[in-house]
Write a protein that binds this ligand. Structure first.
Ligand code: HEM
Length: 366
């Protein structure tokens, strides 16, 4: 604990003169040449500045998380502190999404009054937003070519160099992969969980096939064929989980990001989330999914804001505006692999029984 070092003045501590002197509407600067200052430009600036302040806090927390998560051994207490910070980021995201309501009190006509003064400045140049994306695990190379060009092309040399450096640092996604790969429970002496899981899957799929055959009297030949085809596809999807070649192909095509081992262990956590030792890991996984979902919600909400303000006009940064933003919302996902794991969940009653020796390791007090 730090001791007081003498009287502190509120405004000095918070640097308020500097902070409150930093809203400089361009329509005020050029008021003489145009129709005077635009009242809502102040709102536009304040809202963006508040966003940037919250981005700063998110980065502060992400850096703290990364400094721990990047280690090769993470004690339980550290895992709790990672989750606590992720939960804070989720709360901040709630504010980030809600703040659009305030900005939308500005009408498109009010925005049009000063919009042209901003060209070519754009949210593309929010270095902190890009830094958050990169630190979570959205690498520039994961973006479509056009996005990469837009982003990098609109940044100053200094900002570009900074982001390039950030891209060579650890990311939450990579740390998650390493941590998942180290999960010890799935392959211990005499017990290979994945052999047992595959047996359960085969039994479930066999049951599904029996149901189709049993009901075939009520089906046309074509309907039966379609159902059997669908079942074959489901079987193929399950097999892809275990076939390294299929997995590598998905990674190559940018359809999967986590290693096969990490994915399998994440699935184990989801399947046995009720076991004591997996409670925190399950919480970590769901927090990361929540953060991904919140960012996606933010992107959709922002795309709608752009549509409301601009219709089909292009953005000040030169993109197709609403169209670009909607596409970015669909594509710029970091933890999509975790969402896709739901494909491989099976009912509790069909889960393989875990041997006592492994069960002991998963429990606090068996
Ligand atoms: C009137 C309000 C706003 C409009 C019309 C608007 C419009 C746009 C458009 C059209 C783009 C695409 C790039 C371009 O061509 O410029 C963009 C990107 C962006 N804007 Fe906004 N925006 C608004 C408010 C905000 C606010 C309040 C933030 C908060 C920081 C923000 C952050 C961003 C970010 C981070 C990007 C890059 C997103 C990406 O590429 O995924 N924008 N904005």
């Amino acid at each position: 604990m730090h001791k007081n070092k003498g009287p502190v003045y509120y405004g000095d501590y918070l640097q308020l003169p500097k902070l409150l002197d930093s809203q400089l509407p361009l329509s005020r600067k050029y008021a003489d040449e145009t129709n005077g200052e635009c009242h809502d430009e102040m709102l536009f600036i304040v809202v963006h500045q508040v966003y940037e302040l919250w981005f700063k806090q998110i980065l502060h927390d992400l850096d703290a998380i990364l400094s721990v998560f990047n280690k090769t051994y993470i004690p339980e207490v550290e895992l709790s502190s990672i989750i606590q910070k992720l939960e804070r980021i989720k709360k901040i995201q709630g504010l980030l999404i809600g703040q659009f309501d305030v900005l939308e009190t500005m009408t498109p006509m009010d925005f049009l009054e000063f919009r042209d003064l901003l060209i070519p400045a754009s949210g593309f140049q929010s270095v902190q937003f890009r830094e958050i994306e990169i630190k979570l695990g959205l690498h520039t190379n994961d973006r479509m070519d056009v996005d990469r060009e837009f982003f990098m092309g609109r940044l100053s040399e200094k900002d570009r160099a900074h982001l390039t450096e950030v891209e060579s640092s650890p990311t939450i996604l990579k740390c998650l992969e390493g941590w998942l790969e180290r999960l010890p429970y799935t392959n211990t002496s005499g017990f290979n969980f994945w052999d047992e899981y595959q047996k359960s899957i085969n039994a479930i799929l066999k049951d599904d096939q029996d149901i189709i055959e049993a009901n075939s009297a009520h089906l046309t030949e074509r309907a039966k064929m379609i159902q059997l085809e669908n079942l074959k596809m489901t079987r193929g999807t399950f097999e892809s989980l275990f076939q390294t070649e299929s997995h590598d192909e998905l990674i190559k095509n940018n359809q999967r990001k986590l290693s096969q081992k990490a994915i399998l262990n994440a699935l184990f956590i989801l399947l046995y989330r009720h076991e004591s030792m997996l409670t925190l890991p399950f919480h970590l996984i769901t927090s990361l999914m929540d953060i991904d979902e919140n960012f996606t919600t933010w992107r959709y909400r922002h795309a709608l804001l752009a549509q409301r303000m601009l219709g089909t006009k292009i953005g000040t940064g030169g993109s197709s505006g609403h169209q670009y933003l909607k596409r970015a919302a669909d594509n710029n996902r970091v933890f999509l692999d975790l969402f896709n794991l739901s494909t491989f969940l099976i009912p509790n009653s069909r889960l393989p029984k875990i041997p006592l020796e492994v069960k002991k390791k998963l429990s606090f007090n068996v």
